[in-house]
Structures are given as C-alpha cells and as structure tokens.
Design a protein around this ligand. Structure first.
Ligand SMILES: NC(=O)c1ccc[n+]([C@@H]2O[C@H](COP(=O)([O-])OP(=O)(O)OC[C@H]3O[C@@H](n4cnc5c(N)ncnc54)[C@H](OP(=O)(O)O)[C@@H]3O)[C@@H](O)[C@H]2O)c1
Length: 334
C-alpha cells in the first residue's frame, strides 16, 4: 500500500486512475482544482488536495500543508493536462510550464516521490512515417505536428534533463472509454446514421482502452524501472473503416458513408482559425487538428511494454467499444 497523488483526478483518465488506486488498496490523493467537478470522485476513501499549478509558490502552499499533516507521496501520477485549448499559449502553460512549477516545488519542499510518472502522449512524437508505415519508436527523433504535442514534448525534455529525479513517462495513443468526450462525438455521429471520412488516403489508427492504460501505469509504478518512457497502445492497428465497422456493429446501425476532401477541411480550418483569431481563440477544427486528421500512420512500438512489464492489453477495440457504448447508453449519452 502506497500514498499516491493523482493530478487531473477529475478528468476522464484521472477518475479511472483513482478507481484503480483504490482497488489496489493505496491511499489515493486526488489532485484537483477548486473549480474541478467531483462527479466521478464519489468514493469516500478518496483524499482531496487542491493544487494551483500556475506558480511554484502556489504549489508549495499545498505541499507545505501536506508536510504539516505528515502526508508524503511514494508515487505521483502527473496526469493533469490540456488536450484542447481556447488559446494557443494554453497548451504550453498547462502541459509544460505547470509541470515545471510542480516539479520545482516538489524539489524545493524536499518532497520528491519514489516515482513521478508523467502522462505524455504519442502526439509528443507525432505520427509515424507515412511511406514506410513503420511504428513510432523511442529511438526516433520526436516530430510533433501540433501545439499540443509540442507542449508535451517540451515537458518531457524538461523532465528527462533533470538530475537525480525518478521520472517515468507514458505516451498513450488515443484513449477511449466511458466518460470520454471526443471519440464520443464519432460514436454519436455513427449512431445518427452518418459515417464521415476525411481525405481519400487510408488512415491507420491505434487505440488503448482506458482500463488497460491505467493498469499499465500502475504496473510501471510498481516495477523496478525508472527514467524510462513507453508508448502505449493495445498493439493492434485499425484502418479507420474498421473503427467505423466495429462501432456500427456494436450499435446495430446502418450508415450513409461520405468523404470530405482534405482541401475542404483545410479551407475550413484556415478560415475558421483566422476568424476565431480575431477574438484570440482557436476553433475546434483548426490547422493543428487538420494536420492530425490528414496523418495516415499512428502506429507506435509496444514491444517494450511486453518486455518490461509482461503487459498485454485485455481489451481490443471491439471489446472496449462495446463496453464504452454500453456505458454511454446506460448514462443516456446515446
Ligand atoms: N484522452 C486521450 O486520448 C489522451 C491521449 C494521450 C494522452 N492523454 C493525456 O492524459 C491526460 C488526461 O487526459 P484526459 O483525456 O483524461 O483529459 P480530461 O478529461 O480533459 O482531463 C484533464 C484533467 O486535467 C485537469 N486540468 C486541466 N487543466 C488544468 C490546470 N490548468 N491545472 C490543473 N489541472 C488541470 C482537468 O481538471 P478540471 O476538471 O478542473 O478541468 C482534468 O482533471 C492529459 O495529460 C492528456 O494530455 C490523453
């Protein structure tokens, strides 16, 4: 049993990390903000800690409170992060700068844990080579294609340059599961009888079901490994049509299939970004998103997961999508 702090505990992945921590009988500290929803954090064994990562001094206030109350963390999972932002600078501020404040405060307060696990993303490395189809590997040079990925890579670079700091990094591919709100839009579109594709080139997608990801994260914490990074996917590759097929089968739906040409998506992204830019915001479909949508190779290496942890995903897309859709239906999202 260990003391574990999980930041971003109120979010999709965070709430599953909390659930897994409790299942494994750890003392779980949910790192949240004043404004965070506690909708998925109802278990009365959860300890709550409010963090403000906007400055090192503010993080120190919470750490000093912990020290006074004899709270020390063996493990920290720094999962708080932004996957979508209102302003372009928000990605760097939240994903990188806040991580730096957090780590500096841990060092200053002499509260460096036995392991600090940073939840990065495959986006930090960007997609694989579209011509060879080779998976993205640790040995490759990172080539993020959008600001989100760049901000995760900046944070990784800060962390990996630290001396005597016991970091671990996971870089999940697309994570799906109950409570998730982005893939949900796709599931909703299929359930409405529409099957959209973007561009005519075949896209290969990869996924990891949220329960497999959290299991892997806890295996990494309990392992002897330190100062090491892993990509995480379920090890399978899914052409985008297969993702749609699996969803249609699980929903029992027939669909109208259509393709939006890339040039049209790009035009909407560029114009939308210019207009929204007048108000200092970014539209949902922006040039970064366009870069992601047009990338065809999202394979990543998973062999080290088997070598280091004997990890094999329990969920493939078919099993995970079924469980996810059952949850959406039960909660009346669909
Ligand atoms: N979902 C994916 O496909 C995926 C893939 C790879 C990596 N990841 C990474 O996994 C992590 C969790 O993502 P998610 O999908 O679970 O997203 P999510 O549901 O949006 O959760 C994000 C969490 O981060 C917190 N957070 C956001 N901005 C913050 C700030 N300025 N200060 C403190 N906390 C802040 C949120 O708190 P509030 O509730 O208060 O807003 C929330 O708890 C992120 O680091 C993300 O980059 C996700």
């Amino acid at each position: 049993m260990a003391n574990i702090l999980i930041t971003g505990a109120s979010g999709f992945i965070g709430s599953f990390l909390v659930e897994e921590g409790l299942k494994q009988n750890h003392q779980v500290y949910a790192g949240i903000r004043k404004s965070s929803s506690r909708e998925y954090l109802k278990d009365n064994r959860i300890h709550f800690l409010e963090f403000d990562f906007s400055s090192r001094a503010k993080v120190l206030e919470t750490l000093e409170y912990c020290k006074k109350n004899n709270i020390r963390f063996q493990y920290i999972i720094h999962n708080a992060g932004l996957t979508k932002a209102q302003k372009k600078t928000d990605f760097y501020t939240v994903n990188c700068q806040n991580t730096i404040h957090f780590i500096e405060a841990l060092i200053e307060a002499n509260m460096v844990p036995e392991k600090f696990l940073f939840v990065s993303s495959l986006a930090a490395y960007g997609p694989g080579n579209p011509h060879t189809g080779e998976p993205v590997r640790n040995v490759h040079e990172p080539k993020p294609i959008e600001l989100y990925g760049k901000s995760k890579l900046d944070a990784e670079r800060y962390i990996t340059a630290l001396k005597d700091f016991p970091w671990l990094i996971v870089r999940p591919t697309g994570v799906y599961g109950p409570k998730e709100k982005d893939y949900f839009v796709f599931f909703q579109t299929i359930s409405r009888g529409l099957e959209p594709y973007i561009g005519f080139k075949k896209q290969v997608l990869t996924f990891i079901y949220v329960r497999d990801l959290v299991r892997l994260i806890f295996l990494a914490l309990a392992s002897p490994h330190v100062n090491k990074a892993w990509f995480v996917s379920d090890g399978k590759e899914y052409p985008s049509e297969l993702f749609a097929e699996i969803t249609k089968k699980a929903l029992g739906k027939k669909t109208i299939r259509f393709t939006v040409p890339l040039f049209l998506v790009k035009t909407i992204a560029v114009v939308g970004e210019k207009v929204a830019g007048l108000w200092g915001t970014i539209p949902t479909l922006n040039t970064d998103k366009y870069n992601v949508l047009k990338s065809t190779n999202w394979r990543c290496e998973i062999e080290p997961l088997a070598e280091d942890f004997g990890f094999e995903a329990e969920y493939d897309l078919e099993k995970g999508v079924k469980e996810t859709l059952d949850w959406y239906k039960k909660e009346k999202w669909l």
